[in-house]
Design a protein around this ligand. Structure first.
Ligand code: ADP
Ligand code: ASP
Ligand code: MG
Length: 782
């Protein structure tokens, strides 16, 4: 059976509640035979390092204080995780181990590696015991029985057979990360953060199918997401870049994590044990992901120049200090970047061959595709100059550049660097569905908008869709030649194919722009969301779908940090949604919205003067392309009913379409049947309209087709779309034929309501409204 290896870092095991969460993940994601690799709980290794330092400094007081701290932490985990009967043996085993540590310290026989190893031993023991109490057959395994090194080199074939022999049964194995043994059986460690390496090693020995590194962030980001709020999570990162980040000391993966995966097809992903359902980052082989941009910071470092480094010497030095050491060559000289706390050890080891060039440096490295490096170096330098950060040393290589500075790069400076160096290179893949009137104009306006947004966002038009055919071009179509490309490349597609192609897109952000009028297409929105697409719709169907479906979509989008805009589904480009959102965000309360939200019905009612029969106007409007192909779609009032529902939902009201009373602008008897039969009976429509228009006139009023929504004092909603008599001279009566009008009464606009009026249909304004949504989206993503 192909196995999976799951590694849980210290951050995933920092409390009893986290152990329980990890157990739940294992229950949900693992099968018998899978292996779990664990690090020391929380910051236990740091505490054990402090314990070791106090031992070396012969500071007995500190030693016993820290030992007590270790004991309390472990006992607390035990008492919170297990019933009383089980606590006793676990606690006594722990106390025996701590007494033996204290005894060895007294005898001055303590050794560093076996001491540090306890962190992982305790984690594995507790997690295995916890899983067993949950009826999952589990065994903890000390990795010193699996991984043997000889003269610093792992003995792969020996280790491989040890793994196959020891981990052969049908149970879950919890293996200690970070530790191994040498050929004499002494403990060695794989370096700080080394459990990631343990996990990939184990996976390679077991020919496992996958390794999941579970940590406290849901993947690999463009920079440390704890320091920069708008760090970008990458869904895919290529192995070479992940490796480089690790070699530059980024903690998300240990420097050697990738090496056992070379030449294997083992999948590696980084995901969050805090959000197990969120898709993480897949670390993929070369060519399976575009190269990305990253900014990674350094802790306190010293820069050392070394005369002639022997091969393997850097590895031996990092083994000595338990820490990765970045090494580079500049102008023929070898340099090492050593964490300041270990410089003394390194200098001693390299005695006579080393010069400390600079000490107590901080700084950062930029990782990016080769051609981007030179311009990024200039931009980084400009930011540092602006922020008065003095650069003491720089080094550029093909795929990264490092800046060593005289002060720490705090979160503010890091955020500015990230904005300037990474966000600028952000790409948004745009998928456009619907190439009708509006779609074409939208595409023609695209060229200019793409150029306008260029300084902040790189918009790539990756797909054009009609109902039957599509052109899909992951690297981006040429916007000026989309028509030719459509002619030569459009192919039929199924929804599954479309979703597959979308899932393969390797972009930070994707947006589906729905300019169709298709209900079936709107039903794909949950699938688009599942593939991490933002949504922009001119299509009204999703916004007016049954409340449960609509709410589930909203929740899904929110959970995945996705945005949805449908400004143009009401009033085309008119800024009604902006006004409503703004009023509510500034504390106002909307109590009534009334108006005419259909350009067609607006034109018909405003053009009627009693001279020409109403049906003649309907046919003229149809001729001019103002109506739906069958104008009864407009006369039914259904379209305005949908728009009123969208407005209601913008106000946070929980309404269904049928909660809005609907009165058609035609006799019910004409609603059914063919268009021809309608034409034959058009007199009935004329009589219907004439009669109502005269009744209105008798009252000194005019006839309009309006929608109105009112929230009464008790909070009850009254909503209706239908024929209304409106006072002559009022804003609604005076409406320019074809225009829309929204009359908004609020707490503040009470006596004299706020009026938004203008063209509410037409391809230019609608396309422009969609561009407004797209612009808004890019601003939110910044
Ligand atoms: P674990 O205990 O699971 O091994 P680490 O603390 O070693 O976790 O590594 C995860 C931490 O790496 C995150 O909490 C995050 O602060 C930090 N980090 C730094 N840079 C990045 C990055 N580019 N992407 C993700 N995490 C990062
Ligand atoms: N516990 C070790 C450390 O803190 C190993 C690891 O976390 O991967 O460095
Ligand atoms: Mg780690």
């Amino acid at each position: 059976m192909t196995k999976a290896v799951h590694k849980f870092g210290g951050s995933s095991l920092s409390s009893a509640a986290r152990y329980q969460a990890v157990a739940n993940i294992i229950i949900g994601h693992c099968q018998s035979g899978d292996c779990i690799v664990v690090s020391a709980a929380g910051k236990t290794t740091n505490t054990l390092v402090a314990l070791w330092q106090s031992y070396q400094q012969q500071d007995e007081r500190a030693f016993s204080d820290i030992l007590l701290q270790v004991e309390n932490h472990q006992l607390q985990l035990i008492s919170e995780l297990f019933p009383a009967a089980q606590q006793t043996p676990l606690a006594s085993e722990l106390r025996d181990e701590l007494s033996s540590i204290a005894r060895q310290a007294q005898l001055r026989q303590l050794q560093e590696a076996p001491l540090l190893a306890f962190g992982e031993i305790w984690s594995a023991r507790l997690l295995a015991a916890l899983l067993n109490t949950l009826n999952i057959t589990t065994q903890d395994v000390d990795a010193r029985t699996l991984f043997t090194q000889h003269q610093g080199q792992l003995m792969h074939s020996l280790n491989r057979s040890a793994c196959h022999q020891t981990l052969a049964q049908d149970k879950i194995y919890v293996v200690t990360g970070f530790i191994a043994a040498d050929s004499e059986g002494n403990t060695v460690t794989l370096g700080r953060n080394g459990s990631d390496y343990s996990a990939t090693l184990l996976a390679s020995y077991l020919d496992a199918a996958s390794v999941s590194i579970w940590t406290d962030t849901p993947g690999v980001f463009s920079t440390d997401p704890r320091k920069v709020g708008n760090a970008i999570k990458y869904s895919k990162v290529c192995r070479a870049q992940a490796n480089l980040l690790a070699r530059l000391g980024n903690p998300v993966l240990h420097a050697k994590t990738l090496s056992p995966l070379k030449e294997t097809a083992i999948k590696l992903q980084v995901r969050s044990s805090f959000e197990p359902d969120v898709q993480g980052t897949e670390v993929v082989k070369q060519g399976y992901s575009k190269e990305k941009r990253f900014v990674t910071t350094f802790g306190e470092l010293d820069l050392l120049r070394v005369d002639t480094l022997a091969s393997g010497e850097v590895g031996a030095l990092s083994q000595l200090i338990q820490h990765g050491i970045h090494h580079f060559n500049q102008n023929g000289e070898d340099y090492l970047l050593v964490p300041s706390e270990f410089t003394h050890q390194v200098v001693l080891r390299l005695s006579g061959r080393v010069t400390i060039v600079e000490s107590h440096l901080r700084g950062f490295a930029v990782v990016a595709p080769g051609p981007d490096i030179a311009p990024l170096v200039r931009q980084a330098q400009a930011v540092l100059d602006e922020q008065a950060v003095v650069v003491r040393f720089t080094h550029s290589a093909t795929e990264y550049a490092l800046f060593l500075t005289d002060q720490a790069i705090d979160s503010d400076v890091l955020a500015i660097l990230h904005d300037k160096l990474v966000n600028k290179g952000r790409e948004l893949a745009v998928i456009i569905a619907g190439l009708g009137n509006v779609g074409e104009v939208f595409l023609n306006q695209c060229q200019q908008q793409i150029a306008r947004l260029q300084s902040q966002f790189d918009l790539k038009l990756v797909a054009l869709l009609r109902s039957q055919e599509m052109v899909f071009c992951p690297s981006g179509l040429n916007v000026t030649q989309w028509q030719q490309q459509w002619q030569s490349e459009a192919q039929s597609y199924s929804h599954t194919e479309l979703l597959d192609r979308i899932s393969e897109l390797d972009y930070e952000h994707k947006v589906v722009i729905d300019i169709t009028a298709s209900e079936a297409f709107s039903q794909l929105y949950p699938d688009f969301a599942a593939h991490d697409c933002h949504l922009i719709s001119a299509n009204k169907y999703a916004g007016t779908a049954a409340h449960d479906w609509y709410q589930a979509l909203r929740t899904q989008l929110q959970e995945r940090n996705l945005l949805w805009r449908y400004n143009t589904s009401v009033g085309a480009g008119l800024p009604v949604n902006f006004a409503l959102a703004d009023l509510q965000n500034s504390g106002d309360k909307v109590v009534r919205i009334e108006g005419v939200f259909s350009g067609t019905l607006s034109w018909l009612c405003s053009s009627f003067d009693g001279e020409r029969p109403f049906s003649e106007l309907v046919l003229a409007a149809q001729d001019m392309g103002y109506t739906e192909p069958d104008p009864r779609e407009d006369l039914s009032g259904r379209d305005m009913q949908r728009k009123l529902l969208i407005l209601a939902r913008e106000l946070g009201l929980q309404l269904e379409l049928d909660d809005i009373e609907l009165e058609a602008l035609m006799p019910a008897s004409l609603a059914q049947g063919s268009w021809e039969s309608f034409l034959a009976r058009k007199d009935e429509l004329d009589a219907f309209y004439q009669q109502r228009a005269e009744a209105a006139e008798a009252q000194g009023k005019v006839l309009r087709y309006t929608g109105a929504l009112e929230i009464d004092a008790a909070g009850k909603v009254h909503a209706k779309v239908g024929i209304a008599q409106v006072a002559q001279g009022s804003a609604i009566a005076n409406l320019t034929p074809g225009d829309n009008i929204f009359v908004i009464t609020t707490g503040w606009y009470e006596q004299n309501p706020l009026v938004i009026q203008g063209p509410g249909a037409g391809k230019e304004v609608t396309a422009a409204g969609i561009h407004s949504d797209l612009y808004w989206l890019t601003q939110q993503l910044r």
